[in-house]
Design a protein. Structure first.
Length: 272
């Protein structure tokens, strides 16, 4: 795969590439944006080093790829589209400790997320990404045929309920097997963080199938593990990946900012 304005160094045969030849702190040309879009389609998650972004420039990068989700409560006062991500010795939990696809509990989950970290612990704090194309491809043909007909419920309470059990959380129904709108590839779309049950089958069947699929999706052969350096950026396609933030660095600090690019409602129109 070659691009007009960037270079991509794949990190595994399956998922992930490190991108060079672009300066994200400066405005991007149409050609650069097209190349980055293509690189995301090709590699599912792309990484950049040495990009000293601030909230405004991170927001600008995100806006090249779509509208950004606005967080009335969690966004920065001057940039409600930008959320701070921070962990230190006072943290009781961190975002993304469990394998998940961001916000799959809403009808139109984000198309992607861009995470920038400026402060890293002395070691650890990696993020692991898994390809749901690879997870789908590795299923047996009978299992693919069985799953193809099913939908699953994704429930925000699974991910967030432990912080406020009385809170109200969104739920959404998605096909268990989806087709990626840009690549046309099939992928497995259930995740441990949000998927509560498969619809229309007995609970014990749903529990057993989901337990199998969660374990299957977490196979190391489908993964890339990103070792952060200060001012690195990860941009993942949330439609075909899951990820896990490894919190092995307590009590050290890990800090940065993130934006989420809105999904396209038309891509989810077929959800039951
Ligand atoms: C997340 O799960 O979105 C956070 C990822 C990370 O902190 O590495």
């Amino acid at each position: 795969m070659s691009y007009r304005t960037i270079q991509a160094q794949p990190l595994t045969p399956t998922i992930g590439a490190e991108i060079t030849g672009v300066d994200l702190t400066r405005p991007l040309s149409e050609e650069q944006v097209a190349d980055l879009r293509q690189a995301i389609s090709d590699h599912q998650v792309i990484f950049f080093r040495d990009q000293p972004l601030d909230p405004a420039s991170l927001k600008r990068v995100g806006l090249y790829f779509g509208e950004l989700q606005i967080h009335a409560l969690k966004g920065l006062p001057d940039h409600p589209e930008v959320r701070k991500l921070h962990a230190d010795s006072n943290s009781k939990h961190v975002a993304g400790e469990e394998w998940h696809t961001d916000m799959s509990c809403i009808p139109v989950p984000p198309m992607g997320s861009i995470l920038y970290l400026h402060t890293l612990p002395p070691m650890g704090g990696d993020t692991v990404f898994a390809s749901m194309y690879a997870a789908y491809d590795a299923l047996s043909e009978p299992m693919k045929a069985y799953l193809e007909k099913l939908t699953a419920t994704h429930d925000g309470k699974l991910a967030f309920g432990r912080f406020d059990p009385e809170g109200k959380y969104p739920t959404a129904v998605h096909p268990v097997i989806r087709t990626h709108p840009a690549t046309g590839r099939k992928l497995l779309f259930v995740n441990r963080g949000f998927t509560s049950h498969i619809n229309g089958v007995p609970k014990d069947e749903s529990d057993a199938i989901l337990a199998y699929l969660f374990k299957h999706a977490e196979n190391a052969y489908f993964q890339v593990r990103f070792r952060w350096t200060p001012h690195a950026v990860a941009f993942w396609d949330n439609r075909c990946t899951q990820h896990l933030a490894v919190w092995d660095y307590y009590p050290h600090e890990r800090s940065g900012y993130r934006v989420q690019v809105e999904g396209n409602p038309a891509d989810y129109a077929s959800a039951a």
